[in-house]
Design a protein around this ligand. Structure first.
Ligand SMILES: [Zn+2]
Length: 414
């Protein structure tokens, strides 16, 4: 197989650095929000790189871009690889861009090495993955049909501009219909965005699943009162209840192996130094790969909210705002990633993706997996996000091997 051949890490790195000029920030990061001039420039650059190699680029009605390198059998469904070129407001050079440009590098290397594959192979740039402006992973969600074109188009930015208006502003409303064409499989290379690979000194994360997630909005109601005249024993302080829940969320998640629990938003009202808070709105984010563990965390949270409300004479209500089950990736593709790393002598580790990715949507309709590489300190969604050329190249070589293996299989996955 292809383990004696390799991709061009220096060229991949150079492409990453050129791409990072679009939306470059003074601190060395990237601000490339969806439907801005920077997004358009990044798309134009990607398109020009694809077209100069003769990969035809299709743009669909949601702005997703697909570049195709032909295979020997045009009648067979292509292998699809990619990620996203948009970023967070204070994002880095690698989140998303790595997956798109590693995919492009695989195609370029196939050309250089004059390797023909049975199936076509495509590189994709999904529209609006980050959710800094609209909800996350919108392009891939529309692509798989989980959100209708109409609903997607009507989504609005905080400034009032709709998705459709944004798409038209940058000239990327394509003609290709959304209906997913037959795809053999989907592969996404990405930086880990966490510290595990670095801590364990591994180069390749063999991603077995996208983690399950539950979101809650909790409202706690007490009684607003004057901070001076109200004795401590007579208070019904909503923020004290909220504080107890914040600590409990941490304890619940820490008490279950590989659990994650976060309170990201907390708003006390009326927000005055000499008023006991009467109301608090807060959010909870729980994640776990196991359905049972996530359910146990759910039960513990509900019991805690009830107990806290009773103890402090508060009213508390809890609403479910999201419930995304764990997405297992395709076992055959997962094992191919593991084998490719092994053959290349790259230390690897099975890992679960704690973040959402376009791959989590694609996995619902086609065999899918992801390949992670380390990022410095596990830091991402930050301008200082960093990865090494060697790791970028290693991940790209694994992507290359798995893509070729998949593209040379005439039969479909089970
Ligand atoms: Zn990403």
């Amino acid at each position: 197989m292809a383990s004696n051949t390799r991709t061009n890490g220096a060229r991949l790195w150079d492409s990453l650095m050129q791409m990072a000029r679009h939306g470059a920030t003074p601190k060395g990061g990237v601000k490339r929000l969806t439907f801005t001039a920077e997004d358009r420039a990044a798309r134009d650059l990607f398109r020009s790189w694809c077209e100069e190699r003769g990969y035809g680029v299709r743009v669909d009605v949601a702005g997703n871009m697909f570049a195709r390198r032909q295979g020997k059998r045009a009648d067979l469904a292509p292998v699809l690889m990619g990620s996203h070129l948009d970023s967070q407001p204070t994002g880095g050079k690698f989140d998303g861009a790595y997956g798109v440009l590693a995919a492009l590098e695989v195609l370029r290397s196939l050309d250089d090495l004059e390797i023909e594959t049975l199936r076509p192979i495509e590189a994709v740039n999904w529209t609006n993955e980050e959710g800094a402006i609209f909800k996350p992973m919108l392009g891939s969600e529309m692509f798989i049909g989980a959100k209708s074109l109409e609903d997607g188009y009507a989504m609005t930015e905080p400034g009032g501009r709709t998705f459709l208006q944004g798409l038209d502003t940058i000239g990327y409303r394509g003609a290709t219909p959304l209906k997913p064409y037959p795809i053999h499989c989907y592969l996404e290379a990405h930086i880990e965005q966490g510290p595990i690979l670095e801590i364990e000194k591994k180069t390749i994360g063999v991603v077995t699943a996208g983690i399950g997630l539950r979101w809650y909005a909790i409202t706690i109601v007490g009684v607003e009162a004057h901070a001076g005249p109200t004795p401590m024993g007579s208070r019904r302080d909503a923020l004290v209840g909220a504080a107890e829940i914040v600590l409990a969320v941490r304890q619940i998640a820490a008490g279950i192996e590989d659990g994650r629990g976060t309170v990201g938003c907390l708003t006390p009202q009326p927000g005055s130094p000499n008023v006991i808070p009467g109301t608090v709105e807060m959010t909870v984010d729980f994640r776990h790969v196991s359905v049972e563990s996530l359910a146990a965390m759910d039960r513990a949270l509900r019991a805690q909210v009830e107990a806290t409300a009773a103890r402090h004479k508060l009213k508390a209500s809890l609403r479910d705002t999201a419930h995304n089950p764990t997405i297992p990736f395709h076992p055959t593709l997962v094992s191919w990633v593991r084998e490719a790393a092994e053959r290349r002598g790259l230390p690897s580790l099975d890992i679960v993706s704690g973040a959402g990715h376009d791959a989590c949507h694609l996995a619902k309709i086609v065999p899918t997996t992801m390949i992670f590489i380390p990022c410095e300190g596990g830091i991402s969604h930050n301008e200082i996000e960093s990865a090494t050329l060697a790791d970028c190249e290693a991940g790209c070589n694994v992507l290359f091997d798995v893509a070729i293996r998949a593209a040379n299989e005439a039969k479909e996955f089970d």
